[in-house]
Design a protein around this ligand. Structure first.
Ligand code: NCD
Ligand code: ZN
Length: 335
């Protein structure tokens, strides 16, 4: 049987939620991945170091061999002292949510380039934080990432010593920004590499493929896929796996988020093999991120996959959480 081995896989954009949902989804990430950047958009956003550290400790208690890198929810109340204390206690990521851009972002930043915000970002730069950005405007849904470019230009120029991550890059026009700014990088999701808007809305509507940023055109998809397949030095893997219960997915309105955690390694292996690029998967899923985020002390994990379709459940939590099987899976993780 053909096998393939990965060392220390990393997911640089992950939503783990709270309570029973956290307990149900965590093993899919914590078992095969060494570490993940865990997003702070909980129902009470992780807007203080104390909240972020408590959440980090809670995850570590549930999964001792997995390193959760919890991002602090950027907000105007963060003082120099609190950022310093956060850094001393091991937090090093800030997540910028433009107000109302996505799930639980009502307390996001309303004026990103306000004097107060610029002052906070200046301190963050001096302290060596990394800024993760949900890079979308609140304009027309397919143009949101593009419309956000002026903000990225300003941030990347003004804070040229600050590492900035354009999260879940979805628009091919963003690639030029990566080329332009040495301090700008991007995460790429599995669903934006394998799907386009047709999967969501081309036939019957697929609520489980509705996410922010929205899936885009085939040209966008192909351009992002090219970056991933060659493990371009400015990109790394960040799944944006974002579970929502059926109660918020299957109603008149549908929460944004694709719950991809259960299929990530199988899916990436299948995708990279299909394009004869398996040799670059290690860089895409680990090495690039170690360099970009300057990661040390990762729990060592060696994950072997074999070339046989996995046996994934269709749902969890008594059917309340659907696992969308959105792509063919030809590899499975060996237990
Ligand atoms: C995420 C969520 O549900 O928390 N949703 C999504 O569609 N990606 C938030 C986010 O990353 O935008
Ligand atoms: Zn996200």
């Amino acid at each position: 049987m053909q096998t393939f081995t990965l060392h220390n896989p990393l997911d640089m954009h992950l939503h783990l939620r709270e309570g029973d949902l956290l307990k149900a989804v965590l093993p899919f990430s914590a078992t095969p991945f060494s570490a993940a950047v865990v997003m702070p958009n909980l129902s009470t956003p992780l807007s203080t170091p104390a909240l972020a550290l408590a959440y980090q400790a809670q995850i570590t208690a549930l999964a001792p061999h997995f390193k959760p890198l919890v991002a602090l929810y950027l907000n105007e109340e963060l003082s120099k002292e609190s950022l310093q204390s956060a850094k001393e206690q091991g937090l090093f990521l800030l997540k910028l949510y433009p107000k109302n851009a996505t799930t639980n972002s009502a307390q996001g930043v309303s004026d990103i380039l306000s004097p107060k915000m610029l002052e906070i970002l200046d301190i963050a730069q001096d302290l060596g934080f990394i800024l993760c950005v949900h890079a979308e405007s609140v304009g027309f849904v397919l143009e949101r990432e593009f419309e956000f470019h002026p903000v990225i230009h300003t941030l990347a120029k003004t804070f040229n010593k600050l590492t900035i991550i354009l999260e879940h890059m979805s628009d091919r026009r963003s690639v030029a920004l990566l080329e332009q700014y040495p301090n700008l990088y991007a995460t790429l999701t599995l669903h934006h590499l394998t799907l386009n808007l047709d999967a969501l809305a081309g036939g019957m509507l697929s609520p489980h493929l509705f996410c922010k940023p929205l899936l885009k055109t085939p040209k966008d998809q192909v351009t992002l896929l090219e970056l991933a397949l060659k493990a371009h030095k400015k990109v790394c893997f960040g799944s944006d796996s974002a579970p929502h219960l059926l109660a918020t997915k299957h109603t008149c309105t549908c929460a944004a988020g694709v719950f991809s955690a259960p299929l990530l390694l199988s899916g990436l292996c299948t995708l990279f093999e299909k394009h004869n690029a398996l040799e670059h998967l290690q860089d895409f899923i680990s090495t690039n991120a170690v360099r970009i985020y300057r990661l040390t002390d990762l729990p060592a994990k060696t994950i072997t996959l074999q070339r046989t379709p996995p046996n994934l459940p269709n749902a969890l939590l008594d059917g309340q959480l659907i696992i969308p099987h959105f792509m063919p899976l030809e590899w499975s993780v060996l237990k």
